[in-house]
Write a new protein. Structure first.
Length: 287
């Protein structure tokens, strides 16, 4: 099993905003991610959330804080998608800035491919359909993900979910068609990794001026759609809505993951879900 969910350390906060913290989910260059529980506002039902702390130096720019706050509100108010983790609030002006989203009891695509190798074509099609629908929902409220990749795609017992949307803090351009086309490019690169185990551009996510994507190992049936996603001209890339239809005509993404993911992946996901249950000492994911 992937090890990564641990109890709180003596140096960790006990609470951030309305959320009592129960454990550590991970850490990275932006900060630490905690498992918390609470209600985003008075009178709301308590829920499990992933609370990500953000280093203050990353948020010195006031327009950046305003953009992030606005996008989190737009997702909270306007996105109801089974493929996007719900926004659960943020506090960006305090001594310890944080942003919260619904906790997703699953395992990242990056970790599963590292452990068990590339996914079969039918699973990649279902995954691609889910991710394309996630982008469709985000783009409908004028939010671009800006950093879609295997590390922030979580596979669960039910449907895949996209997390950490809008958190590419170094990118300040406003939402628009170019950013949305960049999301499609990132989706194509993610599916190349899922189906082959390698990146399409020799370790670089950005296409070189004369470099075609390396689709070695990608099933032939997936190549046309993924090549279109990775087109050097943003205007030539398909829309997420068109891509969802092309990849997942049968709507397989709506089925529980156990029906289309390889069994080792399903067992890994179940183990992670049980670890979360033990960490909170509650049966919060009801079955």
């Amino acid at each position: 099993m992937i090890q990564g969910m641990t109890g709180l350390r003596s140096t960790d906060p006990q609470q951030l905003g309305p959320y009592r913290l129960h454990g550590v989910l991970g850490s990275g260059r932006m900060g630490t991610v905690y498992l918390g529980r609470g209600a985003p506002q008075r009178g709301a039902r308590k829920q499990l959330v992933a609370v990500r702390t953000l280093r203050r130096e990353l948020l010195r720019d006031r327009p950046l804080r305003a953009r992030l706050r606005q996008e989190m509100q737009a997702v909270a108010m306007g996105v109801r998608s089974a493929y996007v983790a719900d926004s659960a609030g943020c506090e960006l002006d305090s001594d310890q800035p944080w942003i919260a989203g619904a906790f997703v009891p699953g395992v990242s695509l990056e970790a599963l491919v590292a452990l068990y190798g590339p996914l079969p074509e039918h699973a990649v099609r279902a995954l691609g359909g889910a991710l394309a629908r996630a982008l469709t929902a985000l783009h409908a409220v004028q939010v671009s993900h800006r950093d879609l990749g295997a590390h922030n795609v979580l596979l669960t017992n039910d449907t895949p979910r996209v997390v950490d949307y809008g958190l590419a803090l170094g990118r300040m351009s406003g939402p628009g068609t170019d950013e949305q086309a960049d999301d499609v490019f990132d989706l194509g690169a993610t599916l190349v990794f899922a189906s082959s185990g390698h990146r399409p551009f020799a370790g670089n996510m950005l296409p070189m001026a004369r470099e075609d994507p390396d689709l070695t190992g990608v099933p032939d049936g997936l190549c046309p759609a993924l090549f279109a996603c990775l087109h050097k001209t943003p205007e030539s890339r398909p829309s997420p809505k068109v891509l969802a239809h092309a990849l997942d005509l049968a709507d397989t993404a709506e089925q529980p993951a156990g029906e289309w993911l390889p069994e080792p992946c399903v067992l890994e996901i179940r183990a992670m879900t049980e670890a979360a249950r033990r960490l909170t000492s509650r049966r919060l994911f009801g079955r």
